[in-house]
Ligand binder design. Sequence first.
Ligand code: NOJ
Length: 522
Amino acid sequence: MKWWTDAVGYEVYIRSFADSNGDGIGDFAGLTSRLDHLAWLGIDVVWVTPFYPSPQADFGYDVSDYTGVDPAYGNLGDFDRFVGRAHELGLRVMIDIVPNHTSSDHPWFRQALADPSSPQRQYYIFRPPAPDGGPPNNWLSHFGGPAWTRDEASGEYYCHLFLPDQPDLDWANPAVRTEFDAILGFWLERGADGFRIDVAHALSKHPDLPDNPQNRPLPPDPTPGQAFAAFDHAHDLGQEASNDIYRRWKSLPGAESAVLVGEVYIQDVEKSASYMGVGGLDLCLFFGLNRRPWDATAFVDEIREWSEASPDGFAWTIASHDENRPPTRFGGGDLGRARALAIWTLLGSLPGLPFLYQGEELALEDAHVSPEHVQDPVGHEAYAEGRDPCRTPMPWDATAHGGFTTGEPWLTSAPRRPEETVEAQRRDPGSHLHLFQDLIATRKRLADRRRGVVEWLPAPPGVALLLTGSVLTMANLDDRPVTVQLPAGDWQPEFDTRRGDLPDVRSNVQLPPASARVYTAV
Ligand code: NOJ
């Protein structure tokens, strides 16, 4: 059995987790001092977002040195102490690796610009202009505009699927593969237990770089997202060849037992599922409910479809540092919180590896960031609300800035309410935090009973009824109470998002709106 089989993961956005030195930026020493919170919660795997030296054009997803620590976050000694403490507490460490692109400040790219005949030029995708002098093809950047920027010195263009400050590496070049073997090896030796692979579906491009077919007309004045979605990304994303890279990584010394979790952001179930197993990845992050309006029926169907396509292949998430927080997306207030917890209860019963994003255990909604305080460089261009509202500092206690820093936080936002903090919720056994701890404990406690067939039983639209071994999970995402028909037998309650004092049941159950429960066969 893989070590992550029954595990629960937690994403730490390091910049906003805990600051130890008062510079307003979260760091490794701060994170280490707060690991007890994660251990108490029942977490097994901590995913840390990029902490490498970086000009921070995309807050760390623009790496200028893959084997260092940005001074804002500490140094390699701080990283080692973090890993040591995490391991002492029984937590595994998954680091975020960014192989699709480097920073334009990376020495490889600087060399590539300075000397077009250098080997480093071949690390990137430089091409002559199209006959009209424009970009070599019609590919677009996720963050807006063409995926090509002209290098004035040589007249060639280089490819970047994100910012111009994030030039894409050419993974067809064996030298790039060799460089990354060493980078992964470096972190494995320092104790990393796995990697979250940024934009794992984009590393390999079609060798001829053909135009992507356009599948719908562009609306007038399109947002970057609308423009991107108007194309079938047949040639820039989702190429089979990426799988060779992950298979290769899996065979690196020490990597066999490491978990490889791909950020495979393609809304195609079959294609996503193909990355697992022979595809080389252990898990793909699930994005099925992101950036979609609330729709109880569609959400249940989506989770079912993905789970059936690869029963233990998804890293289930509904929150991250890129998305509005779930309670906000799902209607806000108590309703949004109840819906988010009901969905998480369902995901937490599935095989695969569910991930919480920092603050999700507190049921945080998006924080308010006023326009003059926006930090995300691509915020308002590529994302309707920007990504700052989900990236604000973690509220630990009722002191200034939620106990995140003794200085001024790097991202200014409206203060959190006292009852939103870790400290207040730890004191209150009726808090969302305690519910989450209970939910995670339930996943662990029932691990053996969940083994066996995963079966989605008939249920009304917007309702999930899931049998995993002898564990029955039900989630009603609908706005009305429903009657759920149970399989034969007596069922004993194990967890209820509403903390009801529930009796054993047989034949059917009345399930309130926006709620979920877990039962086991008696
Ligand atoms: C996905 C990361 O989660 C996001 O924050 C980043 O902007 C892009 N990849 C580009 O690296």
